[in-house]
Design a binder for this molecule. Structure first.
Ligand code: NBP
Length: 482
């Protein structure tokens, strides 16, 4: 019997994903650069199951049902291009190459064009959920050659996570790099959620002087309400975990954060498209700051921490903190969707925002009850221009404001950094402010560079210049960027 799909890359993700496929009734041919891993897999976790082990790309491709589907789950970057070159000579028209790694969407755009140009089809799909997700049901975000989708839909949707009694967390996202773009935004949002939670933890620990059992209980309780999410759930677990000596495990971990770069890509994209994605950017910068351990060590000696004094009602402040976390999270998703909307326009992707929320609803790291509310917001109004303008979220952000402001004020007074909680609030205040000080900024630009400005009493699109010093000429700069 020929295999339904072939997979290259028997590492953490690949191995678990093919076991998932096999468990759903598909036969999978497998190959790995280091071919001893193929034998190890076939004799180990794959023993007695419907797998075909291949020791060359040709063997792998020859083992496949037509149109052939060859999926790569290898290290992102050059290995993907190298495998594409190795696969292509063995394909026939209409065959499909799939990249399931964390590739940059610009690479996926380039690869889709290249592979389609050779008469084949290409899918770049985000796969989220890590090792367990790959095995039990990941969230999947496929994009690329649309004609390829019907051929992989059944396999993808049967292995993906399911929510609400069987709705798959996998749907077609859009052309070329759209799938990997949505995965990138997912990862950026993941960075934001993690930083927001970490700031709440520090506030609980340092301002409210809570012990680990209390913090564990609080996150557990939060996980039963509107903050119900995978990351809150694992935070509760982590805070309860004790090292061998009985001390909280978290206290033993060095406070320097690592990253693989997808959060950074999201920030860079926001810069490219001119979208105020402040929360995710702050969360990336916060990781960078944490990594400057030596500098921070020196600074901590130069600038002693302010005396922390909190004498208010702890229960009330915890409730405020929950509001701050909710408010910041809402801003983060609203900014993430703002970026998706701009990217959809810039790349002609016609992204379906509600469906994207549904795809993230299960299987992935940012899965949460909150995403159902986002889905509802776009179901109610598919043309919604900003999440904060949805009626449900408008009321939520209003309700969160008072507590959120108190938390930021208390943190600032006590010298506790809350970069995302406060950046989110600053964004919200900027967003809802009718008149920002950019009038002065435009005057400055016009003063030193003759960059011109628009006037409140004239139609948009008419530009004016003032000779501020009496020394400048009438020549204005042509490079006006709104
Ligand atoms: P890795 O990212 O560690 O990649 C391992 C695979 O890449 C092995 O098959 C390895 O072959 C192959 N490979 C490497 Br490394 N360098 C190669 C090269 N120069 N040429 C050809 N093959 C090469 O595996 P992973 O953690 O399973 O992740 C796979 C993809 O999924 C990545 O893009 C990752 O970013 C993404 N992802 C991972 C997770 C996660 O939780 N780990 C979650 C979501 C997405 P070898 O055995 O011969 O060395």
């Amino acid at each position: 019997k020929l295999a339904d799909i072939g997979l290259i890359g028997l590492a953490v993700m690949g191995e678990n994903l093919v076991l998932n496929m096999e468990s759903k009734g598909f036969t999978v041919a497998v190959y790995n650069r280091t071919t001893s891993k193929v034998d190890k897999f076939i004799e180990g976790r794959g023993a007695g199951k419907n797998f075909i082990g291949a020791h060359s790309i040709k063997e792998l491709v020859d083992a496949l049902e037509k149109p052939r589907k060859v999926m790569m789950l290898v290290k992102a970057g050059d290995p993907v291009d190298s495998f594409i070159e190795q696969i292509i000579p063995h394909l026939e028209e209409g065959d499909i190459i799939i990249d399931g790694g964390n590739s940059n969407f610009t690479d996926t755009i380039r690869r889709t064009e290249y592979v389609e140009g050779k008469g084949f089809r290409f899918i770049g799909t985000g796969v989220s959920g890590g090792e367990i997700g790959a095995l039990r049901g990941p969230s999947m975000m496929p994009g690329g050659s649309k004609e390829a989708w019907p051929h992989v839909k059944e396999i993808f949707q049967s292995i993906s996570a399911k929510v609400d009694g069987g709705v798959p967390c996998c749907d077609w996202v859009g052309a070329d790099g759209a799938g990997h773009y949505v995965k990138m935004i997912h990862n950026g949002i993941e960075y934001g959620d993690m930083q927001i939670i970490s700031e709440a933890y520090q506030f609980m620990k340092d301002v409210l002087k809570m012990n680990y059992d209390e913090m564990h209980e609080t996150f557990k309780k939060w996980n039963t309400g509107e903050l119900d999410s995978y990351l809150i759930e694992i935070t509760a677990d982590i805070l309860a975990y004790k090292d061998e000596d009985g001390e909280p495990m978290v206290e033993k971990i060095l406070d320097t954060a690592g990253q693989k770069g997808t959060g950074k890509w999201t920030g860079i994209e926001a810069m490219h498209l001119g979208v105020p994605l402040t929360l995710i950017a702050e969360s990336v910068f916060s990781r960078f700051l944490s990594a400057q351990l030596d500098l921070r060590d020196q600074a901590s000696q130069v600038f002693p921490a302010p005396e922390i004094s909190f004498e208010g009602d702890k229960t009330e402040m915890l409730e405020n903190l929950k509001m701050a976390v909710y408010g910041a999270k809402l801003i983060s998703y609203a900014q993430g969707y703002n970026l998706l909307m701009e990217a959809s326009k810039a790349n002609n992707w016609d992204l379906k925002y509600g469906d994207i929320a549904l795809v993230w609803r299960g299987g992935c790291i940012i899965r949460s009850a909150f995403l159902s509310d986002i889905k509802k917001a776009f179901d109610n109004n598919p043309a919604l221009s900003h999440l904060l303008l949805d009626d449900f979220f408008k009321d939520k952000v209003q309700a969160a404001q008072p507590g959120w402001r108190k938390v930021c004020a208390t943190a600032i007074t006590n010298g506790i950094p809350v970069p995302t909680l406060s950046a989110a609030l600053a964004y919200f205040d900027g967003f809802r402010t009718k008149r920002l000080p950019a009038n002065l900024l435009q005057a400055q630009r016009d003063y030193f560079g003759a960059h011109t400005y628009e006037r409140v009493d004239k139609p948009r699109g008419e530009f004016f210049h003032t000779n501020w010093t009496g020394e400048g000429a009438d020549t204005v700069s042509t490079a006006y960027n709104s």
